[in-house]
Design a protein. Structure first.
Length: 146
């Protein structure tokens, strides 16, 4: 019995470690800025990098299923907030096919990259995946192509 409980606890701890950061909306999302080697770019309230997907031609996301697993959308419950050099006038939202609300910036749906493990990581920069390229976003709402 002790062995079984120990194995269950070990498995639970392992799942927490490999699951990485949570991308679930728990309230109103915050979009702010960070300065790094790519310049000044958008991040969430915890400093995690945000990306745009060039396949998105409108504020409606074209990234679902396996794409949304690799590139989780920035979701919100309520009106998103701007901080730092992010502009509140460029923030918006759109409804996803699953009924959740995704944050947009200057009409671009915003996403995380699952391989970014800590604040400031930009491993998704210039990645070509799911039919188009992914870029970090400037405070002006444009892709940063470096």
């Amino acid at each position: 019995m002790r062995l079984r409980i120990g194995l269950i606890a070990l498995l639970a701890a392992f799942l927490v470690v490999i699951s990485g950061p949570s991308f679930a909306a728990t309230g109103a999302a915050t979009v702010k800025t960070r300065h790094g080697k790519l310049g000044t770019y958008l991040v969430d309230g915890k400093g995690r990098t945000l990306y745009l997907f060039e396949k998105d031609r409108t504020k409606k996301s074209t990234c679902a299923d396996a794409c949304a697993v690799a590139w989780p959308p920035l979701k919100t419950k309520g009106r998103p907030k701007a901080a730092g050099a992010a502009k509140a006038s460029l923030l918006g939202t759109s409804k996803r096919a699953d009924g959740t609300t995704q944050v947009t910036y200057k009409g671009h749906p915003l996403y995380y990259f699952v391989q970014d493990k800590k604040a400031g990581d930009t491993k998704g920069q210039d990645v070509d995946g799911f039919g188009a390229e992914w870029y970090v976003v400037s405070p002006a709402g444009k892709k940063i192509d470096r």
